[in-house]
Design a binder for this molecule. Structure first.
Ligand SMILES: [Zn+2]
Length: 131
């Protein structure tokens, strides 16, 4: 997504917030929508069955090199989201982005700035970023 799209999205969200600019409301809706993303994924497992979980201990030790761990690390998931579940998960992710952008706007933080910072961190930290 280009930077201008993020700015445009945040501006749109900000305009929609004209009537409801409560910080607490944005905070709680962000939490709620984030939980709804997880719920949508869980439903794909338990109600639809298009993806399955088979969680177990990761098959590597702390002593192994990070580039080796990358190849051994497992998602614990098999299958793929069906069209219905994909649409549902995407919709919930979209709501989360909406309230995230709303919180950014209310706090006068640029959504794009955050993404730019994270891109820099990923580039700088590389493999160590997610440890
Ligand atoms: Zn499904």
């Amino acid at each position: 997504m280009s930077a201008s799209k993020l700015e445009h999205f945040q501006r749109q969200v900000s305009e929609l917030l004209l009537r409801d600019r409560s910080l607490l409301d944005a905070m709680t809706k962000l939490s709620q929508s984030s939980a709804s993303v997880n719920r949508a994924v869980a439903k794909a497992v338990t109600e639809c069955g298009c993806i399955e979980l088979n969680a177990r201990q990761q098959p590597f030790s702390q002593a192994q090199r990070l580039d080796e761990i990358r190849h051994l690390s497992r998602s614990h998931m098999s299958g793929q989201l069906c069209e219905h579940c994909r649409d549902f998960v995407r919709s919930e992710m979209g709501k989360t982005l909406f309230y995230f952008a709303a919180l950014c706007s209310l706090l006068d933080i640029g959504f794009e700035e955050i993404v730019d910072e994270e891109i820099k961190k990923c580039a700088t930290l590389g493999l160590f970023n997610l440890t």
